[in-house]
Ligand binder design. Sequence first.
Ligand code: CP
Length: 340
Amino acid sequence: MAIRHFLSTQDLSREELAHLLDVAAAFKKQPAGDALRGKAVALVFLNPSMRTRTSFEIGTWQLGGHAVVLAPGKDAWGIEFEPGVVMDGEAEEHVAEVAQVLSRYVDLIAVRAFPKFVDWNEDRQDKVIRAFARHATVPVINMETIVHPCQELAHALMLRERLGTPDFRGRKYVLTWTYHPKPLNTAVANSSLLIATRLGFDVTLLCPTPDYLLDPMFMDQARGNCAESGGSLTVSHDIEASYAGAHVVYAKSWGALPWFGNWGPEKPVRDAHRHFIVDEAKMALTDGAVFSHCLPLRRNIKATDGVMDAPYCGAIDEAGNRLPVQKAVMAWLAGQARGR
Ligand code: CP
């Protein structure tokens, strides 16, 4: 049987996603378990983290397993990911060996590998995690690359809890771009689009200009999701029209893909759209919407104190849900892991 990984929620059926959310909800009622008893998990971080690292480490422990955190290039050897390359640079070993060796020690390998922000045509291939998945003989989990599927599940569980239903058809979901002083990864925006369309929402992607549209492969996947789920996808640059009647507002900042790797000319465009900040006046246009963000968030840049501290803000619940949803993912994958 082919090994299953958790690289993108698009690799799972809607029924499988719903089941993972059910299992996660059960873990919220009974946090301890033995699904990882005697098992080990490698957490490979090529980028910083607070929530992801903490929730994976604690989640592994709560299920009876042990997590090893590795930061290649810092506390572990730097890794080369290109096949067939002459390794005369900084990297001391190749992912071919790293993934196979870790597979002898652990039952799951989780990887965080952000884009390098130089060439989107390169980054959009998601080569790092795909190389791990190709060479590992145990399941691989995406802890954020060009998508953030664990965040998607935590977000979906929070929406189930806040909206009181797993059926989101007919509800309006706004993914709004927000200002940030730096151009950021599109991963969470891509993921928001994927999971919201998968769940059947009527999704509005609100962004400053057409340059801030997401990669066509994610726009196409989102449209395909709508055809399956009964949802819809609309692109808008009109703030008031987008917020009007919304049931969910999800905020994220990202860099515009046409300027990827040449960020200088993008900055004045981004700076001209500081007013995309989520504030109380915009939220007042909604139909009592839930607001959320993946965190970390710069207060009074992306969202005001008033929004972050409002009862309708689900960001802390969403971050808390990282723990049970990742336990559901690890329990599922460890149950089908090959022997070492
Ligand atoms: N949302 C999220 O993944 O947070 P960290 O970057 O702190 O892990």
